[in-house]
Design a protein around this ligand. Structure first.
Ligand SMILES: *Cc1c(COP(=O)(O)O)cnc(C)c1O
Length: 220
């Protein structure tokens, strides 16, 4: 068994233990295996071990490896977890099953246009910049609830959840708690939060999916 497969099983077991510890239902949390920078030969064994949900942060990189893997494994679910430029909306709607990084009006408008044109809609999350970091993507927390409503009312987009990436140097708990509160206020059910270093904490705070890369595939 390769390293990635072994680490995949370890992460699955730790998620299950964290669900149990938090009094959550078994299977309540979806693992999004983040495969950015790894190629198809690294990813394939993890698919063969049973994983079906993957995350990539660049549209162009994903276009290079996922069409063939999706062809080979029909039930793959691919998440875009990196910033989306409006000139890539078309490609993103074509390739991704879930786009987690809707964070501004212009992107919402572009996605609405592409979804209408292609007649097929990825599921959508709004990314929230819970730490209000100037260099980080995501909508400001105080604007998040109104933005979810505008996506629905102005652009006709159904937003399914919220996503955040807490500041690297802070305790993530308060950021996860903030995302959970905003999700309740916005009336969305899904919360994408937690990465290799803090996914068990995120499970305790109500994550419905965790995005784990290096703990499965190794250092990038
Ligand atoms: C890379 C990335 C991850 C995974 O990070 P790890 O620390 O390797 O688990 C999760 N979310 C986003 C948005 C990422 O870009």
């Amino acid at each position: 068994m390769g390293d990635a497969v072994q680490q995949f099983f370890t992460v699955k077991a730790r998620i299950a233990a964290a669900e149990h510890e938090a009094g959550r239902q078994a299977g309540a949390v979806t693992l999004v295996a983040v495969s950015k920078t790894f190629d198809a030969a690294d990813i394939r064994p993890v698919i063969e071990a049973g994983q079906r949900v993957f995350g990539e942060n660049r549209v162009q990189e994903a276009q290079g490896k996922w069409p063939a893997l999706k062809e080979a494994f029909a039930d793959i679910e691919l998440h875009l977890i990196g910033p989306l430029q409006s000139n890539k909306a078309k490609e993103a709607v074509t390739l991704f099953d879930v786009i987690e990084t809707v964070d501004r009006e212009k992107i919402a408008a572009e996605l609405a246009k592409e979804i209408a044109r292609q007649g097929h809609a990825p599921r959508l999350y709004v990314q929230v910049n819970t730490g209000s970091e100037p260099q980080k993507a995501g909508i400001e927390p105080r604007q998040a609830v109104a933005f979810v409503a505008r996506c629905r009312d102005v652009h006709g987009l159904a937003i399914e959840g919220l996503m955040c990436i807490p500041p690297a140097d802070e305790n993530p708990g308060p950021h996860f708690a903030l995302l959970e509160k905003l999700g309740r206020e916005a009336g969305v059910a899904k919360l994408s939060m937690g990465m290799s270093g803090d996914y068990e904490t995120a499970v305790a705070f109500g994550a419905t999916s965790v995005r784990v890369g290096s703990a499965i595939f190794g250092i990038r």
